[in-house]
Design a protein around this ligand. Structure first.
Ligand SMILES: [Zn+2]
Length: 159
């Protein structure tokens, strides 16, 4: 055990927070500098213990509690804003998807021409349906993301 090891634990020893091990006691018996440091630390500890601890300022607890509440409120506001943005994006994507669904012109164009034309148009139907499908996929993605953010926010706020 080195002097540095002992000096690192001197305050805890003097305060009685830590018990001296056999190794530590052996070092203190053989090292005048560390023994003097321990004696000085015990003297300071005794002086501090003899004086009454100054009381905390009257509004200290209230100020700390208020500050904690304020910080938590800011954090909640941030999560709420993020959630609202994601939710709005999801709602917009769903609205776009619904509008695409009711885009009668595109659907009617795909189905005009009767059966004879159907074989020729089958390729076009797929092409015209594809943008709507990707819109639905995007809307579903936004919705899942919004639900995930909601779940995350609820979990975080309940901690
Ligand atoms: Zn020493």
């Amino acid at each position: 055990m080195t002097c540095r090891d002992v000096l690192d634990r001197i305050e805890a020893l003097a305060a009685g927070d830590e018990a001296a091990t056999a190794e530590l006691r052996a070092h203190l018996e053989g090292c005048l500098a560390c023994a003097a440091a321990l004696a000085e630390a015990r003297r300071i500890e005794a002086v501090l213990a003899s004086r009454p601890a100054p009381p905390a300022p009257a509004r200290f607890s209230a100020a700390v509690t208020s500050r904690i509440r304020q910080e938590r409120w800011r954090s909640e506001q941030h999560v709420d804003r993020l959630f609202n943005v994601v939710l709005l994006a999801g709602v917009l994507a769903i609205a776009v998807g619904v509008l695409a669904l009711f885009n009668v012109n595109a659907m009617a164009a795909a189905f005009t021409g009767g059966l004879a034309l159907l074989n020729r148009l089958s390729g076009e139907i797929v092409v015209q349906a594809t943008p709507a499908f990707s819109t639905y996929l995007g809307a579903a993605g936004f919705l899942v993301t919004a639900l995930f953010v909601w779940w995350w926010a609820e979990r975080r706020l309940s901690l």
